[in-house]
Design a protein around this ligand. Structure first.
Ligand code: GLP
Length: 262
């Protein structure tokens, strides 16, 4: 079962993530970060950028792997996940862009791209710390409900709800949101050594309830986190509002020895 940490706001969550990454990079200068898009990790990236600058942390050897990419969208498109990851993490934190990988959404090569991506992650020694957001339907990466919990990186069809949710990035026009994507599979994500899932706001409350306190099911892909030996779910009060064991999570975190980190 994941550790659930209930925070005041995105900034407090961002601080926790930034400290965790800073410790990781200090002990492993060529650490491998799993990177996610969406609005949930933005504060975390901001805090990481600040921490790196303040503490003078050398990130020149840090490597990165993004979770997913739209299929058939030019990587130079401002809403491609290549562009998004570059804008929100790579540039502000000062990572070396040559060491940051994003799945290849090119329709001509997409058939073999998933397996190649997983092989590249493995050759890098695996992901040390994977940051995750969650879709309102419980998806992680772009693993929509029904995704195999053992899946590797592959092409997927986006659920209509996801396209509706993401239309805001395409001038509100769902027709412009691609119908397909390439995403790390649940099996790929579970291989990362530490998973940190962030969720904020009442819109995520149901997905968080199912993720943390529902049964493990392909119909809530994030519930696979219950199978992981080191998963941390960081939520605000609104996203935690449907959790039955909220008081226990707060009690456990309040009594956690500081040296344990998250
Ligand atoms: C997209 C991304 C996911 C992300 C989700 C939620 O579908 N592929 O990785 O978790 O959006 O985004 P947000 O954090 O903006 O709610």
């Amino acid at each position: 079962m994941a550790e659930v940490i209930i925070v005041k706001d995105e900034d407090e969550a961002g601080e926790l993530y930034a400290s965790c990454v800073a410790d990781l990079i200090r002990s492993k200068p060529d650490a491998v970060l799993g990177l996610a898009t969406g609005s949930s990790p933005l504060a975390a990236y901001r805090h990481l950028a600040r921490r790196v600058a303040q503490d003078g942390i050398d990130v020149s050897k840090v490597r990165g792997f993004a979770l997913d990419e739209y299929a058939g969208l030019d990587p130079r498109h401002p809403q491609s996940y290549r562009s998004t990851i570059t804008r929100t993490v790579v540039e502000p934190v000062g990572l070396n862009p040559d060491l940051v990988h994003v799945p290849d959404g090119n329709l001509k090569t997409i058939a073999g791209a998933g397996r190649a991506y997983d092989a590249t992650i493995e050759a890098a020694g695996g992901v040390d710390l994977q940051i995750l957001g969650i879709g309102t339907d419980g998806h992680i990466g772009f693993n929509e409900p029904g995704s195999s919990l053992a899946s590797g990186t592959r092409i997927k069809t986006l659920a209509e709800q996801t396209r509706i949710d993401n239309a805001r990035f395409f001038d509100g026009d769902i027709e412009r949101v691609p119908t397909h994507c390439i995403t790390q599979g649940i099996g790929t994500i579970l291989k990362a050594r530490h998973l940190v899932l962030l969720a904020f706001g009442a819109g995520k409350a149901e997905a968080i309830e199912e993720t943390c306190e529902g049964g493990i099911s392909a119909f809530c892909p994030a519930s696979a986190l219950q199978l992981h030996p080191h998963a941390t779910v960081i939520v605000d009060e609104a996203a935690a509002s449907r959790l039955r064991h909220k008081d226990y999570y707060k009690y456990a975190f309040a009594h956690k020895p500081a040296w344990q980190g998250i």
